[in-house]
Design a protein around this ligand. Structure first.
Ligand code: G4P
Length: 279
């Protein structure tokens, strides 16, 4: 399978990110907890050079709990702050505020030496499409004490969302582009829904997912679809199509509909908590 995906608007997004990052002290990088490496664009390291950094392993509710712990340790060994989160729930706010103080300690101390008190940390969220950036911002915008207005000159057209007394979040996320030189990473990104389905062969993609699940999460397909897991991916697609009534005209089983159904159920967590990469 050959996945190529470099939409032209990513160049514009990168330029925007380069501008926005100048306005902040802290970059909050959102990764998909199910595939933290595939969903990470390493260019963030140069884009956010000299900024305090926080990593949110988002959609942790969809990922395997033991892998979540491993990935958290993996990134903690490499960066200052890591939080597992479900961006739909504002529960992580307290943790974020605490960690922010930690990763921004240097800046806070510098401010204090200069007699600057109570200047909030300014942060922005960044990540590849579909990792949950807007959801994250909206969760906190809902909790926000106040939306601060534009700052003349510096932040024209930008809104800041106040998160408690020490933190302000830029209301527009930085969009990074997914980066994949190898097809395996492209495939993982398709599985988690980063890449638009209509440019892909859903049957091949789902067949590969079935093989991944059989090997790494035995029993999951059987539990959901009552299929024999020693069957081939094509046989499993057929069996699921039959069981779930995925038909096309002439009363034939549709492999394509069965594939879309499995993919959809995987993405929404109906197959259980599944992680696609190991540290
Ligand atoms: P983006 O700005 O980074 O592109 O992502 P966005 O917030 O639009 O989120 C993409 C999808 O992921 C949304 O679902 C959103 O609800 C979901 N999502 C975000 N964070 C989490 C999380 O922590 N856990 C889970 N389970 N889902 C999350 P959608 O299918 O586009 O819309 P909807 O079905 O929620 O209406």
């Amino acid at each position: 399978m050959d996945i190529q995906w470099y939409p032209g608007h990513m160049t514009k997004a990168k330029r925007q990110m380069q501008e926005d990052v100048k306005l902040v002290d802290l970059v909050i990088e959102l990764l998909d907890a199910r595939a933290p490496l595939a969903s990470r664009n390493p260019d963030i390291d140069s884009l956010a050079a000299n900024k305090a950094r926080l990593i949110i392993l988002n959609k942790a509710d969809l990922a395997d709990e033991s892998r979540n712990r491993e990935w958290k340790e993996f990134f903690e060994a490499r960066s200052a702050g890591v939080i597992l989160a479900d961006a739909r729930k504002p529960a992580a706010l307290k943790k974020i505020q605490n960690l922010t103080r930690e990763v921004c300690r240097e800046k806070l101390e510098r401010d204090a030496r200069r007699g600057i008190k109570n200047r909030p940390i300014r942060a922005m969220v960044a990540g590849i499409p579909n990792v949950g950036k807007s959801t994250f911002i909206n969760s906190y915008a809902g909790k926000a004490v106040a939306k601060t207005g534009n700052r003349p000159g510096v932040t024209k057209g930008r809104q800041w969302i106040r998160m408690g007394k020490d933190l302000e979040l830029l209301d527009t996320p930085g969009i990074l582009w997914p980066k994949f030189e190898d097809q395996q990473v492209g495939k993982i990104l398709s599985w988690i829904g980063t890449i638009n389905d209509n440019i892909l062969n859903i049957q091949d993609l789902t067949a590969d997912l079935i093989d991944y699940l059989k090997e790494n999460y035995p029993g999951v397909l059987n539990a959901r679809y009552q299929v024999e897991e020693d069957a081939s991916a094509a046989e499993i697609l057929y069996a699921v199509g039959k069981r779930r009534g995925c038909m096309v005209k002439g009363n034939e089983i549709s492999f394509e509909k069965a594939a879309a159904l499995i993919m959809d159920e995987f993405r929404s967590g109906k197959l259980g908590r599944i992680t696609l990469e190991t540290p």
